[in-house]
Design a binder for this molecule. Structure first.
Ligand code: AMP
Ligand code: MG
Length: 422
């Protein structure tokens, strides 16, 4: 279980800027304890528990980067071509014993150890053969086309830092260093439920005035992508006692309880009261659109332990956007990782937009290459926070900062691909 104080997410009211929310989510948070040692094949999307120091040089020995001819740079003519006899042949996997005599070239292949004495390789495409001799052009730099031992990373240097999310790239480095298993943090355990008397699980018959639950499936998919274990707690009625009983039951055994709906100020919004009776609650009014109030809380789990609670708004687009800015960093921090705000990349706006100062807005856009070759962002025509096709028909979000009040077509704006937000 996580170690959380009852005022873990305290905030004094007003509109909370998105960057400050990120800072507050992680301030003083103790990550889950416990780690396990896993084979590399099972490490994707897990969080590295301790620094990985390179146990060997990578590459482990001086080798050729191409198929060609290894020479001593000092044997080359200062100007014009050089003609050298071919004195041997070294393929990948051959022993390191070969030594090149002065004034001779050695036939060599990619990944083969450099013969002792040689320091430079000519690509086979760049030379001509004349019987047992090779004709080498001028202009190569010393050390060309070969890879010194430890060039990638030297033995003893930190290859991967504790808290790093293990990606295929990180796993490639561990494998190349000969590390077959890694110590990773235990998975964060997340319980997810939806709230609302109108909400029905997909697959069940739909009565009048009911809608299908999409948020629970959005959230379970998002949470799984972050390497968490997820418990599906279904849909709860808009009833304070039902919700608070579910929270109390879920707190032991979970690090985070995640809900959607019922956090507005309407009298049918019972989640806040339920959290207050089962634990403690802070309501954040995030300075973000789409996205409304986000309820943050702590539900005691006994024995001094507690589960974090996040209640997201009910509208599906608001769920997606607030997940990216509040829940994702919280899950990463709970899991022992280092949350980072994603970096928006510049694209050209193909739309105009007016917004209020002081809050951050996210515009759903599709990217398209304009005839002049520049990538343009096209705003989805439907802006409602409940329009799910505005997510499926777009590629990501244009981020308009707190100080922006309008965007005109042709201006540069920052784009965040959905892949960065989940
Ligand atoms: P609420 O915050 O509970 O008032 O919900 C705001 C809007 O989101 C309402 O139109 C709800 O019907 C809708 N909504 C709430 N929960 C879900 C859900 N799990 N899936 C889809 N829509 C939802
Ligand atoms: Mg509701």
């Amino acid at each position: 279980m996580a170690q959380l104080s009852s005022d873990q997410f305290a905030f004094g009211g007003g509109l909370l800027p998105v960057d400050e929310a990120l800072a507050r989510v992680t301030a003083g948070l103790m990550p889950v304890s416990g780690s396990e040692r896993l084979p590399l094949v099972d490490c994707d999307s897990r969080i590295l528990a301790g620094d990985l120091l390179a146990p060997v040089d990578l590459p482990p020995f001086f080798n050729s980067a191409v198929d060609g001819y290894a020479v001593r740079f000092g044997d080359l003519a200062e100007s014009g071509e050089t003609i050298l006899p071919v004195g041997g042949r070294v393929a990948a996997g051959a022993s390191l014993a070969h030594e090149a005599g002065t004034g001779e070239a050695v036939r060599i292949f990619t990944g083969a150890p450099m013969p002792a004495g040689t320091d430079t390789v000519f690509m086979q495409e760049d030379v001509r053969l004349d019987g047992a001799q090779v004709i080498l052009p001028q202009g190569l730099k010393p050390g060309a086309n070969c890879r010194p031992a430890g060039e990638d990373i030297a033995k003893g240097v930190r290859a991967l830092a504790a808290g790093r999310v293990l990606t295929p790239e990180a796993i490639a480095l561990a494998a190349a260093l000969g590390v077959g298993e890694l110590d990773v943090r235990r998975r964060v355990r997340v319980a997810v439920f939806s709230t609302g008397d109108e909400i029905v699980s997909p697959g069940a018959p739909l009565a009048a005035a009911q809608i299908y639950d999409s948020n629970r499936f959005t959230l379970m998919a998002l949470v799984r992508r972050l390497g968490c274990v997820v418990t599906d707690l279904g849909v709860l009625r808009d009833d304070r006692a039902t919700v608070s009983a579910a929270l109390r039951a879920a707190a032991p055994g979970h690090d985070l309880i995640l809900t959607s709906g019922g956090v507005s100020t309407g009298e049918e919004d019972h989640v806040k009261a339920a959290v207050e009776s089962a634990g403690s609650l802070t309501l954040w009014r995030l300075a973000i659109k789409p996205g409304r109030p986000v309820a943050m809380g702590v539900i005691p789990a006994g024995a001094g332990e507690a589960a974090a609670f996040v209640g997201l708004p009910g509208n599906p687009v608001a769920v997606f956007v607030t997940f990216a800015h509040v829940v994702k960093p919280l899950i990463v921090a709970l899991g022992g990782g280092l949350p980072e705000a994603p970096l928006a990349l510049p694209v050209r706006a193909a739309f105009s937009y007016a917004k209020k100062e002081g809050r951050r807005e996210y515009v759903r856009v599709r990217l398209q290459r304009a005839p002049d070759g520049i990538v343009e962002a096209h705003k989805h025509p439907r802006e409602g926070a409940g329009v799910i096709t505005s997510l499926t028909e777009t590629d990501g979000l244009v981020e308009l900062g707190e100080t922006v009040t309008r965007v005109a077509p042709g201006e540069s704006v920052g784009f965040l691909a959905y892949a960065l937000l989940r």
